[in-house]
Write a protein that binds this ligand. Sequence first.
Ligand SMILES: [Zn+2]
Length: 90
Amino acid sequence: MKGIQRVFERRSETHMAGESLKKPQAETFDTWKAIAAQRAYAKLHGLPVFAPETGRCFKCKRDIYQKISVERARRELITGCPYCCYSYVE
Ligand SMILES: [Zn+2]
């Protein structure tokens, strides 16, 4: 019985984690941490890193990780500049 209860608890935790993604949450902005997070994400998924290695946009030279949080860099592939919308993919 206790085992079953634990499964249910786990499920609700997963559900809550999904819910929290919709709500605004604390985000960390740290260029080097974000670069490392993006590298780790790309490596994990076998993808190339499109974002500039230095975190500075090739086109407008702004630090893209002032707009892209460490959390975001950790969970999605950065393919373009959040400032000038320049695409790094092409
Ligand atoms: Zn740019």
